[in-house]
Design a protein around this ligand. Structure first.
Ligand SMILES: O=C(O)CCC(=O)C(=O)O
Ligand SMILES: [Fe+2]
Length: 312
């Protein structure tokens, strides 16, 4: 099978593509977890979460998709086969809202224990839960998370959680090996904030009014926060391999704010369900875009209230 990302064929030679290294043997050792994270920019744990718990979370997601007419009738909803001729989807934060079994997987039990060991202290998780229901054809461009959530501490980790078994054909996450160490190339990018804009630039009015969601810091044209839209070329430029695996429910991938990651394209015939959630020390500064308001209001996320002007 040919694998693509951003519709571009990935080179599958051993020098360009490989397996994520599993870190299960470090699970009980906080300092070993921190060392491995510093070295590799990610930690992959096979079966560290409850498979049954993840299955229940998935069941609630697909039940909602089925109720909304998004799944092919007369099929097992747990397979998440999209309705023929139906609308495509990518972000579906609503599937996480009030999804009790999902919130248990993400913010309780083994997940919080692992994060506590990694962070070496009391853990705070963002209130906002990123949830993706990626229909066939979809995928994610190479980026680092800091540009979307870097207003608090940089000691912040993403947990990418497959909410289904996700073989390579269905387009799971890929991590670019050693990319977190390449500030020579990513340095300027890592200092960006997608919700900031040039107050004295040509797109200021468009950003302030919401006509333009984000502007590219140099061109002032529309931007999606990606570092690149060409995963094979980026691999050649940086030299590390694209790393991934045949994900199973219960697996967990954790990575740093400076780690370049993307996804394979979904070349399967099912919807790829996964969540990505964030954890930091409770005593570190927090990016308030992602936390509930004082009266329980939903996070402002990338809404207009998040815009920050700067002189450039
Ligand atoms: O699931 C994806 O396609 C992208 C996930 C991602 O960017 C993240 O986990 O930070
Ligand atoms: Fe990301």
């Amino acid at each position: 099978m040919k694998l693509t990302a951003q519709k571009k064929e990935l080179e599958l030679a051993a020098s360009a593509f490989g397996e994520l290294q599993e870190s299960n043997q470090l699970l009980l050792d906080g300092s070993a977890l921190r060392e491995r994270m510093a070295e590799d920019g990610y930690l992959f744990f096979r079966g560290a979460l409850s498979r049954e718990g993840v299955q229940e979370a998935r069941r609630e997601c697909v039940r909602r998709l089925a109720d909304a007419g998004r799944l092919e009738p007369e099929t097992d909803i747990m397979e998440a086969i999209p309705r023929r001729g139906g609308e495509g989807s990518y972000f579906r934060a609503d599937l996480a809202e009030g999804n009790a079994p999902l919130l248990t997987v993400l913010y309780d039990g083994p997940m919080m224990e692992i994060m506590g060991r990694l962070l070496g202290g009391p853990v705070l998780h963002y209130d906002f839960t990123w949830m993706r229901a990626v229909t066939p054809g979809g995928g994610t461009a190479p980026h680092c998370d800091v540009v979307y959530m870097g207003r608090g501490t940089q000691q912040l980790y993403t947990a990418w959680t497959p909410l289904g078994d996700i073989p390579l054909s269905v387009g799971g996450l890929i991590v670019l090996e050693n990319s977190h160490l390449r500030r020579d190339i990513t340095g300027d990018y890592l200092s960006q904030d997608v919700d900031s804009y040039c107050e004295n630039g040509p797109a200021a009015e468009a950003v302030r009014t919401g006509k333009l969601h984000w502007e590219h810091p140099e061109t002032h044209e529309a931007w999606d926060g990606a570092f690149s839209h060409d995963p094979p070329a980026l691999q050649k430029q940086l030299g590390g391999r694209w790393l991934t695996t045949d994900y199973k429910m219960g697996d967990l991938l954790v990575f740093s704010m400076a780690t370049i990651h993307a996804s394979l394209d979904n070349q399967g015939d099912t919807i790829r369900l996964s969540s990505d959630t964030r954890y930091q020390r409770a005593d570190a500064p927090v990016d308030d875009r992602w936390m509930n308001g004082p009266n329980g209001e939903k996070p402002i996320a990338h809404g207009l209230a998040a815009k920050r002007g700067r002189i450039c």
